[in-house]
Design a protein around this ligand. Structure first.
Ligand SMILES: Nc1ncnc2c1ncn2[C@@H]1O[C@H](COP(=O)(O)OP(=O)(O)OP(=O)(O)O)[C@@H](O)[C@H]1O
Length: 328
């Protein structure tokens, strides 16, 4: 069975109190694609996922299609969607195997078949040795993998993951992120993964959809979104953005009244050059792989840049600034 393509057309959600979680949006997720939905808290990511899952009803006039078929009227169970939420939602009174087999039981699969399938899924997430354990005997990362195995057991046409790694501590999250990225690519199931973590979105998604206040701001691969943000919101949300009043002459920062926007690593410090807007290094923070330098310019503006780890500028030094590849 080939992977399902998802089309949303004028998909919107208004709450009973009249507030809008989603303004009408169009979005296509290609068959087998992994799309990361990224945006700040409250921007409507979870709502969009719940509409696709069938856990929430979209406004009249919205269309949600799987391979061209409108599924808007189908209940969640009939959509063939595997869902993993942030808080796992596992059944604490069942063991690991029964948790994973649950969806198959509900669908009427006989015991032998569903246990075999559940074991296969547990092997995939490397938890086959824990099949008989209770959920409360598992670590957070293991529970997360059980939740994923359970979602995959039903052979979903579409996989929806809502902040699947958020509840985990930083180190485990990083580790599982790499594992999850590899697993999702292997599976080839059309997947939408909600996250507010840009690095997670960049690692997991083939494309990233950036949302803000119920609207889709931009959709594209990580490099396009980083290098060619279409709106100031996207530029600020993905990576860091510096803003200065000035002008750039052959890359040299001089006095002026244009607004210059650039990434912290696109600026570099040099010995003062004739005509340049100069400043002084105020602080230097060694961060291991990079050095962060805080600069106060002679006109009172402040600049924070990132330099390679072997940078040697020191506080008190007078400098001029060069900008490379910045967005004018
Ligand atoms: N059942 C509901 N009734 C009314 N408003 C709701 C309901 N559920 C969510 N909202 C509101 O809809 C907006 C979008 O919420 P949503 O959960 O989709 O955001 P999110 O981007 O997933 O945020 P987070 O990252 O914090 O989970 C928010 O303003 C939220 O308060």
């Amino acid at each position: 069975m080939s992977a399902v393509r998802i089309d949303l057309a004028q998909c919107a959600k208004t709450w009973p109190d009249g507030s809008r979680a989603l303004h009408p949006l169009d979005l296509t997720v290609e068959g087998g694609e992994i799309l990361a939905l990224l945006g700040p808290s409250g921007c409507g990511k979870t709502t969009l996922l719940r509409l696709i899952a069938g856990l929430e009803r979209a406004d009249a006039g919205s269309a949600i299609r799987f391979d061209g078929q409108d599924v808007s009227a189908l209940p969640a169970e009939a959509r063939g969607v595997g869902v993993v939420f942030q808080n796992y939602a596992l059944f604490p009174n069942m063991n690991v195997l029964d948790n994973v087999a649950y969806g198959l039981k509900v669908r009427g699969m006989p015991r032998a078949g569903r246990d075999a399938r559940a074991r296969e899924m547990l092997a995939l997430v490397q938890l086959d040795a824990h099949a008989a354990r209770r959920i409360d005997q598992l670590s957070g990362g293991q529970r997360q993998r059980v939740a994923l195995a359970r979602a995959l057991a039903i052979r979903p046409r579409v996989l929806l993951l809502d902040e699947p790694l958020t509840a985990l501590d930083a180190q485990l999250r990083e580790h599982l992120r790499v594992e999850l990225a590899q697993m999702l690519r292997q599976l080839g199931i059309t997947t939408i993964i909600v996250t507010h973590d840009q690095e997670e979105a960049m690692m997991l998604g083939n494309r990233i959809a950036v949302m803000s206040a119920g609207r889709l701001e931009q959709i594209g691969d990580a490099e396009t979104i980083y290098h060619a943000p279409r709106t100031p919101f996207v530029a600020q949300f993905i990576g860091s953005l510096c803003t200065l009043q000035g002008a750039a002459h052959d890359g040299l920062l001089v006095a002026g009244d244009a607004t210059l926007r650039f990434r912290p690593h696109q600026a570099s410090l040099h010995a003062p050059e004739p005509g340049a807007l100069t400043g002084r290094v105020r602080d230097r923070y060694f961060l291991g792989e990079s050095v962060r330098l805080e600069v106060r310019l002679e006109d009172g503006q402040h600049l924070s840049i990132t330099a390679p780890h072997d940078n040697t500028h020191q506080p008190g030094e007078r400098v001029s600034v060069r900008l490379a590849h910045f967005h004018p």
